[in-house]
Design a protein. Structure first.
Length: 382
């Protein structure tokens, strides 16, 4: 992957700890340029609903954040919501059918793995509007070498709105920060499944470490993932369990003193491995600002790589509530606050005092294009 380093770091002084956190996870602009709707202005019968992936709505991360956006919009509109929680992939289709039967008029699917069931449901229910997080719902497209459908970037049903995020941009900042903080010269990452919404974090993380090495003349190594080979360490499920803890321990055993687990609640298993190791190892969160969503691991958290799923869902619900559903994909990037790196919170005094300025300059460079962040999993802008 190519990283352009044409821009010198800015020397502007920032207030300590003021980084790139989303303000309350940020207010990304709507696709139409307005606020999407006014409180209490929903069309008659409007009922927003959501189906989770296996992580569940109490994962303190991915599903929880999306549901918070849904409920915030519903509260402002004064409408009823419904949700179904998936225990396994076999629940997806039946859960979507159940929501349709309950009279839901706008259904949000949480996650890449619900793509095919959501397309099937949307095709069978053309009068119901859908949105899906982390996927273009584009199963009809080119095949890879193994015969797997890669998609073509065009949504397969006209009543589905994709809510996608170029998380590599925020993960680049996270990788740079991890490399700056590391004393061992090794940082690590692993994922819940080898799917684009997971590997995009890992790609950006490694690119940020490489950029740090180029800028500082260092040689910080990344274990658990290679952007070049697109191979790495995965638990093959999104659950906090012994397998996730064992994978985390394996990365710690390779000398990593910063650990990025990507996949909802698997960070909880990584935290257990860090505590059991007794070492000075920092954890990085994903999706939400895990410092605030899960105080039990706050003392371990260097920072979190955030994507504004709550903002995207809120915006989509408010827009749909007016009766003016727009299926144009929402793409979250640094420029629209759709993705971000959180504050360092309790680690603020532990990081290099110059790091905030450096990250601000890098963010500006990514936005203006002078620093390139290219992941195979990055979504295309609409």
């Amino acid at each position: 992957m190519t990283i352009s380093t044409t821009k010198k770091l800015l020397g502007a002084t920032l207030a300590a700890g003021v980084i790139f956190a989303l303000a309350g996870c940020g207010q990304a602009p709507t696709d139409s340029g307005d606020d999407g709707g006014d409180a209490g202005s929903a069309v008659d019968g409007f009922k927003p609903c959501m189906v989770s992936d296996e992580g569940g709505f109490d994962d303190k991360s991915f599903n929880q954040l999306g549901f918070e956006g849904l409920t915030k919009a519903a509260d402002e509109l004064g409408v009823e919501v419904s949700k179904t929680e998936s225990k396994s992939a076999s629940d997806y289709a039946s859960n979507l059918d159940a929501l349709a039967s309950e009279g839901c008029t706008f259904i949000v699917s949480v996650g890449f793995k619900l793509s095919a069931p959501t397309i099937e449901a949307a095709t069978a229910n053309p009068d119901i509007q859908y949105a899906i997080i982390d996927d273009f719902a584009d199963n009809t497209g080119a095949k890879d070498d193994a015969g797997k459908d890669m998609g073509d970037g065009k949504t397969d049903a006209p009543n589905i709105k994709p809510l996608v995020f170029d998380t590599a941009q925020a993960a680049f900042l996270g990788g740079y920060a991890a490399a700056s903080y590391s004393e061992s010269g090794t940082v690590g990452t692993f994922g819940g499944a080898k799917i684009p919404p997971v590997t995009i974090f890992m790609d950006g993380f490694e690119l940020g470490v490489k950029y740090f090495n180029e800028e500082k003349g260092e040689d910080v190594k990344v274990v658990g993932w290679s952007i070049d080979s697109q191979e790495g360490q995965f638990t093959d499920e999104f659950a906090a369990n012994d397998k996730a803890k064992q994978v985390a321990q394996g990365i710690i055993d390779q000398g990593a003193d910063v650990l990025l687990p990507v996949g909802g609640p698997i960070y909880q298993s990584a935290a257990q491995a860090i505590r059991d190791s007794g070492g000075n190892i920092a954890l990085m969160g994903t999706d939400a600002d895990v410092f605030t969503t899960d105080p039990t691991v706050a003392d371990l958290l260097l920072a979190s790589i955030q994507k504004g799923m709550d903002v995207a869902v809120y915006d989509a619900v408010m827009e749909a509530s007016t009766g003016d559903f727009d299926p144009t994909p929402f793409v979250g990037v640094l420029e629209n606050d759709g993705v971000a790196l959180s504050e360092f919170h309790d680690f603020e005094s532990k990081v290099d005092p110059a790091l905030a300025d450096e990250l601000k300059a890098i963010k500006d460079g990514i936005i203006d294009g002078s620093i390139k962040v290219e992941s195979p999993a990055s979504p295309a802008a609409p």
